[in-house]
Design a binder for this molecule. Structure first.
Ligand SMILES: C[S@@+](CC[C@H](N)C(=O)[O-])C[C@H]1O[C@@H](n2cnc3c(N)ncnc32)[C@H](O)[C@@H]1O
Length: 223
């Protein structure tokens, strides 16, 4: 057993079926990380897109002027689905945060559409790549009494195997994915035949293969 596997075995409690990610002890969240991306890509003049805005908690905390937020229900600037937005969009963005419908096939579409309109040196980030248990990642959502990551982790696994894309998952705030294209000739594999119906036990199986990093490592990765 390699070191990483033994660490994750330790934090997974097979009795209650939970991974104790200790999110409340991490000191940083998605807002801190996305603002670092903004700083690195033009600061106040950066072009930012957020898919899924809800109460604008993140959207209103982003320190740049050119912001587009897409949500069919609440928040942001464009009241529509991400599919409808991307269909007509001609703009390029420096930073995109994907946090809309937390279902594998939708988050996959959002990621591929974002890759088409991200600036050459831009960054795409994601929320909720690291579920703590079976319920958090269940499709459909089974209740409102706990956080819901959905099964975005399936896309994270595909991105970890992608070509000409650099990808990490930062261990803060239920798992913040970070990626950038390193060439126009990129490729994201499609493992849907295997993953579509998979559940939390499959997540535990592939966890060792995900490129996890802490906040400090993410700051070095961003450069
Ligand atoms: C978790 S909340 C977003 C939270 C926000 N990004 C933040 O960090 O504060 C998810 C949002 O995605 C929106 N949503 C659901 N389906 C969507 C879709 N197809 N396209 C865009 N947004 C969607 C929901 O209405 C909800 O407001």
């Amino acid at each position: 057993m390699d070191l990483k596997r033994s660490i994750y075995k330790k934090i997974y409690n097979s009795k209650d079926g939970n991974i104790d990610w200790k999110w409340h002890k991490k000191k940083f969240n998605r807002i801190a990380l996305v603002n670092r991306l903004i700083e690195k890509t033009g600061g106040l003049n950066s072009n930012y897109l957020e898919i899924g805005c809800d109460q604008n908690e993140l959207f209103d905390s982003i320190t740049c002027y050119n912001k587009i937020g897409v949500d069919p229900v609440s928040g942001g600037t464009h009241k529509m689905t991400s599919d409808d937005f991307f269909k007509d969009n001609k703009k390029k963005f420096n930073v995109i945060f994907i946090d809309g419908l937390h279902e594998y096939s939708q988050v996959r579409k959002d990621a591929l559409n974002s890759l088409d309109c991200i600036d050459e040196n831009g960054w795409i980030a994601f929320h909720d790549f690291l579920p703590a248990n079976y319920l958090e990642q269940h499709i459909p959502r089974l209740g409102n009494g706990w956080p819901w990551t959905g099964d975005c982790w399936k896309l994270a696994y595909e991105l970890s195997q992608a070509k000409n894309i650099e990808f990490k998952i930062v261990e803060i705030d239920r798992g913040v994915g970070l990626m950038r294209k390193i060439s126009a000739d990129y490729f994201v594999p499609d493992f849907s035949d295997d993953l579509l119906k998979s559940e939390f036990d499959k997540f535990l199986e592939i966890l060792d293969e995900l490129p996890l990093c802490n906040f400090d490592e993410a700051i070095s990765f961003i450069g």
